[in-house]
Design a protein around this ligand. Structure first.
Ligand SMILES: Cc1cc2nc3c(=O)[nH]c(=O)nc-3n(C[C@H](O)[C@H](O)[C@H](O)COP(=O)(O)OP(=O)(O)OC[C@H]3O[C@@H](n4cnc5c(N)ncnc54)[C@H](O)[C@@H]3O)c2cc1C
Length: 312
């Protein structure tokens, strides 16, 4: 699952330019990422090949690097492109041929040790994603798009999503560690800053200190406070812009932006962790905003119950 461009998308989301395709620059970016060991964008490409459990165990026996993560599920070995690059000498030859076809630029860069010239790069094929997102759902606080999936009916089927949501939703989401993330960096860019302004202000629940009721606070407080939120957001945005205009570093200036600010990231996740996310985050105990995202994801790719294997 994936393409050369998937690496570039997941790298360029850092500066909010993940939708741009520019093959000559993209190829150089892949070389740069590889040469400077900016490795996480490579994790959003997933490789599965059919093998026996013995084949898999043999690979694990040979690996002399505890960071390489290779899984076995449903008669397939599963790993991402970063892990494959780190363990490619242990992979079957036919698999490497298929990888070379699927990721011609990445593979040429890897084979050259990141030393490939601009001229050589020009002649290498560059593969792109067929579309930006296959499905997209809006929620009250943002949106989620299904970028790609590799479904073989196993616990380790993989999905890549692109998400735009408020910071506090992202903080909850990123606690789901089994999977890979690449996110916009407000150290790099002041581009496209957007905010979630809630339509209604839900009441604090009394029974559960973490939760809210599906009920707005009384008027006129609801409308008045929403207008005040808009004012505070506008004022903080003005201060942010004045700071960046006089040369304050973006990494510091961003401190003034409220948690209603939206962020954007790619999330590549195996089915068993995705089902776990759906179970935990569609539950009524989860915050409404993240619940809407979990429901949107469930409606796009379903829930298969694989997380029930976990006792804890
Ligand atoms: C309603 C709600 C309230 C929450 N409140 C808080 C809070 O107040 N503070 C807070 O910090 N977090 C909070 N969380 C986050 C929660 O503790 C989990 O971190 C989060 O839900 C991710 O779940 P997970 O670890 O199962 O998922 P993942 O990290 O995606 O892991 C998937 C699965 O992999 C396995 N796994 C992954 N990493 C490990 C590991 N290191 N060791 C063993 N097994 C592992 C487990 O089987 C796990 O279920 C809350 C979550 C919910 C849903």
């Amino acid at each position: 699952m994936g393409s050369d461009q998937r690496v570039v998308r997941c790298a360029r989301v850092s500066f909010g330019r993940d939708e741009v395709i520019d093959a000559p620059r993209d190829k150089k970016l892949i070389r740069y990422l590889y040469a400077h060991r900016h490795a996480s964008p490579f994790e959003h490409n997933i490789i599965a090949f059919s093998a026996t459990k013995e084949d898999w165990l043999e690979i694990l026996r040979e690996i002399n690097n505890p960071t390489v993560q290779i899984y076995y599920s449903g008669g397939y070995v599963w790993l991402n492109l970063r892990n494959l690059i780190n363990a490619y000498e242990l992979m079957p030859k036919e698999l490497l041929e298929a990888v070379r076809d699927r990721f011609p630029t990445v593979w040429s860069v890897v084979e050259s040790g990141g030393e490939i010239s601009d001229e050589e790069l020009e002649h290498i094929l560059y593969t792109t994603d067929e579309e930006f997102v296959r499905k997209r759902k809006e929620t009250s606080s943002g949106w989620v798009g299904l970028v790609d999936s590799l479904e073989l009916g196993t616990d380790m089927d993989y999905y890549t999503f692109v998400v735009e949501c408020p910071l506090f939703v992202a903080r909850q989401w990123h606690r789901h560690r089994f999977g890979s993330y690449n996110e916009i960096s407000r150290r790099y860019t002041s581009y496209g800053v957007r905010f979630y302004i809630p339509g209604v202000l839900r009441k604090q629940a009394k029974s559960n200190k973490q939760a809210s009721l599906d009920e707005a606070i009384e008027e006129p407080f609801n409308s008045r406070i929403i207008s005040m939120i808009v004012k505070v957001v506008d004022t903080s945005m003005e201060l942010y812009e004045s700071m960046t205009q006089v040369g304050v570093a973006k990494e510091l200036a961003r401190g003034i932006l409220p948690q209603f600010m939206k962020t954007k990231y790619y999330w590549t996740v195996p089915r068993i962790a995705l089902d776990n996310f759906i179970t935990l985050r569609t539950h009524e105990g989860a915050q409404k905003e993240i619940r809407e995202f979990a429901q949107a994801i469930k409606s796009m790719v379903g829930y298969k119950g694989t997380d029930k294997k976990n006792k804890l």
